[in-house]
Every structure is written in structure tokens, then in C-alpha cells.
Write a protein that binds this ligand. Structure first.
Ligand SMILES: [Zn+2]
Length: 106
């Protein structure tokens, strides 16, 4: 073992990458204007990764509040309840304060 700690590339609330000593709890992807977050074991994401088309757009987040603050919206496949909140205008990507006043899980 080296003394160097493992670092994980995560996306911060400013949408930029940073290195963290802790693993992300949520995954997602960012391609063009598409910014989506979801569970690490999302079937959609894993299928795209298996296809080999997806890895360069893959991103990770410390938590859901960070993903929303960075402008990402929930995945309709693995987070259907949160996706509905997004569709209903309660989860507002890029506006974490408004989102926090609309939902109780952040
Ligand atoms: Zn998903």
C-alpha cells in the first residue's frame, strides 16, 4: 500500500470537477445540454456503459443536493419519484434553494 490516498473525481455544485477522498453516492452523465443524475446501479446507465458509448460522459456526485445544484435532473428510469417531482417543477436543476423549499429529502 502506498500512503497516497485514493481520490475520486466528483462534480461540485459549480458543475466543475474536483477530487474527493470519498466516493460519490450518485452517478449521472453530462452530454451537451443533457445533464442527468441517477443511482450508481441504474440499468440505463449500466447498459450505456456496456455499449461503450457512455464512459466519457459519466459523472459522479457526493449527494443529490450537489447534483441538483450543478444543474442535473433526476433519471426517469431509476429515480421515478424524483423524476416526477422534476416534471412537476418541484426539483429545479440549478436552483437548490427553491428545490429545498419544495421537497423534504435534501
Ligand atoms: Zn437511472
Amino acid at each position: 500500500m502506498t500512503e497516497e490516498q485514493k481520490r475520486y473525481k466528483l462534480i461540485g455544485i459549480d458543475g466543475k470537477e474536483y477530487l474527493s477522498s470519498e466516493k460519490g453516492t450518485l452517478g449521472g452523465y453530462h452530454r451537451g445540454s443533457q445533464k442527468i443524475y441517477g443511482r450508481l446501479d441504474c440499468k440505463n446507465a449500466l447498459r450505456h456503459i456496456a455499449d461503450g458509448h457512455y464512459v466519457k460522459w459519466r459523472v459522479f456526485f457526493k449527494d443529490e443536493a450537489t447534483a441538483i445544484a450543478a444543474g442535473y435532473r433526476p433519471c426517469g428510469k431509476c429515480m421515478p419519484e424524483h423524476y416526477k417531482l422534476y416534471k412537476d417543477g418541484k426539483i429545479i436543476p440549478g436552483d437548490i434553494e427553491a428545490t429545498k423549499s419544495n421537497v423534504d429529502f435534501l
